[in-house]
Write a protein of this length. Sequence first.
Length: 213
Amino acid sequence: MSIPDDIFTEPDPVDPDTFANLGPLRRLAGIWEGAVGKDINPKADGPEHRVFSERIELQPIDPQTNGPQLLYGLRYHTHINAPDEENTFHDQIGYWLWEPATGLIMQTLAIPRGQVALASGHAGTDDRRIVVEATRGKTGYGICSTDFLEQAFRTDSYRLEIEFHDDGSWSYTEDTILMVHGQSEPFVHNDSNRLTKIAEPDLNPWLKIVRKK
Ligand code: HEM
């Protein structure tokens, strides 16, 4: 990709209303629940299939600039429990980002097993499907893991596909490809769920200040 000659000057003015500039990500804003989650994860005696319930909060953040690059986005927290298990089954935080000028979508992921990723894709404002991907070893849209995971459960790629439905709900399916130590074939760690809105999103902080004036 080519970068502009001037990498310092920020866009001006910037619209403080994040929700109005979120493109396809506007359909993700809010608080969501889904109880029909399905997980396939690696265990010593083979793939383990589990069901789970999930709560995701996705809240608008203020517009962000990298010099001339303008991004609008959401901060998210995913919390997942499996039935009959008190301890968290999966936890994840990060940002969803949208660059209106190019249609670039990014998802950052941080998982408390010592793993982070930056996944990317492209979409149009009214698209009903979003796909983002990250690949281990890429400096741009890659995956970084703790030394133990690198050797025992090497994560080679991550792909998330989201579909928005007519009733306002959305569903996802995600494939995390793992090379498990001692196994010759890659393991497809798959997760899917359908989410229904339980609360509307907040206004982003800057917009709250603007609206109070
Ligand atoms: C809904 C989403 C997800 C759920 C419910 C989930 C759940 C699980 C579970 C239950 C295990 C087995 C843990 C164990 O045996 O101790 C596991 C393993 C693993 N997951 Fe996920 N996971 C999800 C998404 C992800 C994502 C997005 C990544 C990375 C991009 C990831 C990376 C891993 C890795 C590397 C392991 C192997 C480590 C191990 O088994 O100890 N997971 N996951």
